[in-house]
Design a protein around this ligand. Sequence first.
Ligand code: ZN
Length: 744
Amino acid sequence: MSKSRRDFFKKLAALSAAGIVPVKVDGLLSGESIPKQSGFTKESELKWYMRSYRRHFFDMHIPDWNPAFLSKLEPQTIVDNLLLEKVTAVALMFLPHTGLAHYPSKIGKVHSAFEKRDFMKEIINLCHSNHIDIVMYYCLLYTEWYWDMHPEARTVDVDGNYQHAIGVGNRHAGTLCPNNPGYRKFVEDQLKEISGMYDFEGVWLDMTWWPTVCYCESCKKRYHEEIGGEIPQKIEWLDPVWVQFQRKRQAWLAEFGNQMTDSMKKLKPGVTVAHQSGQFAWGSWRLGASNELARATDWLSADTYADWPTQSYINKLFYSMSRIKPWEHVMGWGYPWMKETVVTRTEEDLRCRAFDAFMNDGVMTFLEAFDPEGTLNRDNYLRGGKVFADIEKYEAFAGGEFLWDFAIYRSFDSEVPNRFEPSSRTELLGDWPVSAGPTEHLPASIAMARILKDNHFPFGVITRKDLNDLGKYQVLILPNVAMMSLEEVSAIRNYIAGGGSVYASKYTSLLTTGGQRLNNFGLSDLFGVDYVGETSEVVTYVRPTGQYKDLFDPFKEEYPSTLNDTQVITRTNGTAEIIAFITLPYTDPSGRKYASILSDPPGVDSQYPSLVLNRFGKGKIMYSAGPIEIWEYSTQREIVGRLLKMLTSKPLFYETDAPGTVEITMFNQPDRSRFILHFLNYQNQLPNIPVQNIHVKVNMDMKKPSQVLLLPDKKEIKFKMNGNTLEFVLTELIDYAMTGIIYH
Ligand SMILES: [Zn+2]
């Protein structure tokens, strides 16, 4: 953007923030030439992120022991590549993992390639004059130079050793403690220095998670002052002392993250700040995620490298947690992830991933690492540009209110290992996420997302901050949410009383978030069962009974469905209807005695409930004694789909006969009187085989449709009304399609 144009936008933004002019700029820009980059479309608004659906992220974690490193950086070539890629914003690394400043810092150590030139100034000016916004990247906590210079700020593990990150090989970076006051001051001083020298629109702060469970002097001191005594050294989720320490870790990290954001916003009023958000995607207690930490980030952004069902779950979580939209998916175009620099993803792969973010109101940010000498592979930018050219056609139709019938509840406070087994001491060491058992809260949540996606049930993911809005969803899903606060229990109770439906599994509400194990579920009266114990058998069966037997087809009483997990033993406490019982194998699979040498077939029909359906107030609750959402095989996952459908009380936002390789998302844009439906075909093996004749039924909710359009070309699609349901056919889906339903 030219200087004058940039100033014009800024002044306008200030006036707009003060309520003096409306934020729409359509008319105000008339007379100005159309910018070369077309991010500033007719429907775009002032904030940089709202006009930015094509972004790039430069990795630049390169040391300076070799004078050739970063010696070939040519701003004009770099920007030419970005223009080929058609990007609207770029993240530039001011301070990477090396800890070496990429600008003439007077406080820290400057990378030798930048001692004699102000590269950042050159490239920022060039980007701005080409209408590319700048996101200033600064790495927190994982920086090598500061670690080398300041041993007192290093994280210290439970064995008393300094921690060097192990997440990406064994040389990622030295890790620093967010509780170290000297380090906090250093970061604030550098952010101040950068803010005073450069013009940028966004900030991206990397690595805002706990590098390990830290036992450094700063942590010991805080623990002693705020709790008293010594930091516990045993992971014990049934011990409130350990759980209290974990809550402190979450609070300390949230304080650190929010302090950095607040400092940045004071230094640069109007700037938007993101923190690396992988800790929310991956969960793991060790990283210290919390809703309070999420407050530090204006938009959620992470490089996740997840498979599609998992990514689909993350997309919805990031959507609901992002204060501003679009949220962001950063993805290296090396395959499978950033460890690879030469093998690049195919155009089809990039396209599916980019539209996957877009269809969830997110933005794809392609990441590429500079070659050590500072050069770039132009071919990648050409390929990325083809994908972004496709995204660009649809940008004017992005956004709106995401429509979900089902909401999966995600708790960052619900870390309970299966069967409450003590955790290994090695979990205290290391910096990467601890992998949870397959039936614990996070894996169970992701498994449930896969079932909802495959069934084409409109679903999202919500967290504690959404407790006051539960009424927006038909069904709330609590996948093994073992630890719950009184606030959560109370909100769910009110939601059900008011007519909401809940599916809950296994330990849900059996512990408080403070780590107190209760004698009974916090929600026992709603579940309609009391907690009694747990099977010792780790292979169990779900045996259908009564009027709902058919829902379990092809399974039946004699051939119940296998669950590779224990189940909670309960007894009904009132009116709950039993849908299925627990069947046990003939023998305990952990013993030597067997009924069949290679397997543990069902043998003992117990009278313990496995699945119950209860009513409370105007709502319905289904409680499952085992987390059946982890069922893997299609015949089993279809059962979960049928059971969940029973909990709905009105038509879903949409229904379709599309195959499971297709995902649909739907948004309402009431300001433009239209629904937008996104269709993505994403097959395991690319390029996609096109899918023909997808039938779609949309619940119009009393709105009267006037047109169904295939976007962006606005080609009319025939539709018919069946009562309140609009029906149309999408005749072909290759990779991505968008339809708009105009209503009045
Ligand atoms: Zn520490």
